[in-house]
Design a protein around this ligand. Structure first.
Ligand code: SF4
Ligand code: SF4
Length: 379
């Protein structure tokens, strides 16, 4: 099979469900994760499969609201809703769930989720700096290693962690190279295509296969004939809360309104792509701790790396406007939008802060606001 089209990435999720069904019967272990702070290298080093469980669809939210407050971010409600209704095959397959104390809503939801599955929560320090924060995070990564070893009755060896580090580093490099193709004018991928590739790739059963698919897709995109007229489309940078297929409405609306989301700074997109575990460290746990503590999530305080990354991405992708998407009740991203606006305004670009949820009820008003922003772009 040729692995060189965006469409093939749409099939990854279903193919992984089928493969996991087979492999679970042979004893394969699955670890469900909800956040980019989870050091998935430890899961891979244990011979298990890490799978992202963040909910991106509206359907299970009413079931979640029977337990969780309604005024909670849709990502948390959707994630819990899929779990409590047992409608996500990946949650069903998971032998262990790993959560982190990122935002308040997530960490309290994990306490309730323990009624459904074994959940291990990592205590995340909310400061990027080395010192006490790094020491705590090293201890938390060691605790996760012990938990996986106990749960799956095995020993995770340093050499296996290093192999997993290499694999995840290769994956990040390949994802970054694909994302960087959209620095070109015209960009070879629409916003929805970019989202399809990076989000669907997260469901891959085999990271080696994923890296190969990404490398082949890169070749296809490099030789893709793009309509030169699309070079005139406004170039939009999306930042804020994570999005996925099912919660892609802003990306879709931008495409439909004749512009292109050329890059996404959020967790689905570029936020972690430059962060690689340092191969020159003696201890792989320290290398992992340093890498993950640098993730520029709004739950970190202060969070200067996000602003630095955003500024660079605006320049590198020649963005002509920035949309900051906050899910309703996400206080950290909502408040941090103030700093994001300053970065964007300093560059002299239009800035739009949108607060939304997973429903389609606000699409008309979102459309009007995006249209108004597009009109401000100087051509
Ligand atoms: S935005 Fe923050 S809490 Fe959400 S997945 Fe990313 S790192 Fe985790
Ligand atoms: S979007 Fe915000 S509130 Fe929701 S899980 Fe992520 S950080 Fe927490």
């Amino acid at each position: 099979m040729e692995n060189n089209t965006v469409e093939q990435f749409m099939d990854i999720r279903a193919a992984t469900v089928a493969k996991m069904l087979e492999e679970k019967e042979r004893g394969m272990k699955v670890v469900g994760i909800y956040c980019t702070f989870c050091p998935q290298e430890l899961v891979l080093a244990a011979g298990a499969i890490p799978v992202g469980l963040c909910g991106t669809r509206e359907e299970p939210i009413p079931a979640a609201e029977e337990v969780l407050p309604r005024n909670l971010c849709p990502l948390i409600k959707s994630s819990y809703g899929f779990a409590v209704t047992d409608t996500c095959p990946f949650f069903n397959f998971s032998d262990l769930i790993v959560g982190e104390t990122t935002c308040d809503g997530k960490k309290k939801m994990f306490e309730i989720m323990q009624e459904l599955k074994p959940v291990h929560v990592m205590q995340l320090p909310h400061h990027h700096k080395a010192g006490a924060s790094l020491d705590l995070w090293i201890d938390e990564i060691k605790s996760l290693k012990t938990k996986i070893e106990e749960e799956f009755q095995l020993e995770i060896k340093d050499e296996d962690i290093w192999k997993a580090v290499d694999l995840v580093n290769q994956e990040k490099k390949a994802l970054k190279e694909i994302s960087d193709l959209n620095r070109n004018s015209p960009p070879p991928m629409s916003g929805l295509e970019l989202l399809t590739v990076v989000w669907s790739g997260g469901f891959s059963f085999d990271k080696k296969e994923l890296v190969q698919m990404l490398e082949e897709l890169k070749k296809t995109l490099e030789s893709r004939e793009v309509d030169p007229k699309s070079a005139k489309k406004p170039r939009i940078l999306l930042t804020g809360c994570p999005v996925g297929l099912g919660s892609e409405k802003v990306v879709r609306l931008v495409d439909e309104l004749g512009a292109t989301v050329v890059a996404m700074e959020n967790c689905t997109g570029y936020k972690t792509l430059e962060l690689m575990a340092d191969r020159s460290k003696d201890d792989p746990i320290v290398a992992l701790a340093e890498k993950y503590l640098n993730i520029p999530c709004s739950c970190m305080s202060p969070n200067p790396y996000r602003m630095e990354l955003l500024g660079r991405m605006i320049d590198d992708f020649n963005a002509e406007a920035v949309i900051d998407l906050t899910w309703q009740a996400c206080h950290t991203y909502n408040i941090e939008s103030h700093e994001v606006e300053k970065v964007v305004k300093d560059k002299g670009l239009p800035f739009l802060h949108l607060e939304s949820d997973y429903s389609s009820s606000d699409e008309e008003s979102l459309k009007v606001r995006i249209e108004a922003m597009l009109e401000m772009i100087e051509k």
